[in-house]
Design a protein around this ligand. Structure first.
Ligand code: NDP
Length: 254
């Protein structure tokens, strides 16, 4: 369907070698986009590219540490050097350290904000001139249920993910006249490396999420593919500044 066709578009996904990022990269590639996977771990990057190429997706990987502005700027420029342009940025790289507020070292707390929030600003800013060069752009920022809720073991994570929603609104406002749409996706509880560790740290989490989620199950990374294609495509050209939960109904169950 043309509305959702991404043929000829170039999409960059930070953290694209991980659970949600890879699923989004795959969905965008299957919709026709050329894909750049960006992560720190070369081996994970290589494995992801091999999987995408088996699906006949035109994909390459680049190394980035999203907390480093120089590294982010190089990533964006190298993406454009490789594929000639950039149309879609998925700010997905993220991390967490679970501790009670009084137990964090300040540098740990700040490292979560830098990875989950500051990196989105850095990468988005670096994309601006390249989006201007093609008169359009799409940015998808990955928030969380913790964009909405607080957590005793997640003060830094919640602060970062709450900030993602406000940053999304601000960039959407600032760049609307440049034909750049900026939206956030708020995944529910998705089965990835990140939440496998969470279920070790919080043993009751598995059952608690199943009980509260109306559809009665954890999400799988592929559950995020559809929203990534929608927010990257012409179908969403009048959608900007939103924060869309993809959570099996978790956030509407009081
Ligand atoms: P994963 O651990 O599978 O993926 C995290 C990704 O982030 C990896 O690809 C990792 O790449 C990358 N990454 C982390 N730090 C950096 C860094 N400094 N520089 C570059 N890349 C980095 O977890 P998820 O797929 O679950 O998480 C993806 C996003 O989804 C995160 O923003 C997370 O907060 C969010 N999210 C996840 C939910 C879930 O239930 N799983 C729920 C809500 C939101 P590498 O290993 O190469 O560094």
């Amino acid at each position: 369907m043309k509305l959702f066709d991404l043929t000829g578009r170039v999409a960059l996904i930070t953290g694209g070698n991980g659970g949600i990022g890879f699923a989004m990269a795959k969905a965008l590639g299957e919709a026709g986009a050329k894909i750049v996977i960006a992560g720190r771990n070369q081996e994970k990057n290589n494995q992801s590219i091999t999987k995408l190429q088996l699906l006949n997706i035109d994909a390459t990987s680049l190394i980035v540490d999203v907390v480093d502005e120089v590294s982010c700027n190089k990533l964006i420029d190298d993406t454009v050097a490789h594929f000639g342009k950039l149309n879609i940025l998925v700010n997905n790289a993220g991390t967490n350290i679970r501790k009670r507020p009084e137990e964090y070292q300040l540098d740990e707390w700040k490292s979560i904000i830098d990875t989950n929030l500051v990196s989105m600003f850095t990468c988005s800013k670096a994309c601006f001139k390249h989006f201007k060069a093609v008169d359009s752009g799409k940015i998808i920022n990955i928030g969380s249920m913790h964009s909405l809720f607080g957590a005793p073991l997640g003060s830094a994570y919640s602060a970062s993910k709450g900030g993602v929603v406000q940053l999304t609104k601000s960039l959407a406002n600032a760049w609307a006249k440049d034909n750049i749409q900026v939206n956030a996706v708020l995944p529910g509880y998705i089965d990835t490396t990140l939440t496998r560790q969470a279920r070790i740290d919080i043993p009751e989490l598995q059952a608690r999420v199943e009980e509260r989620t109306p559809v009665g199950r954890w999400g799988q990374p592929d559950d995020l593919g559809g929203i990534a294609v929608f927010l990257s495509s012409e179908a969403s050209n009048y959608v900007s500044g939103t924060a869309i939960p993809v959570d099996g109904g978790y956030s509407i169950n009081g």
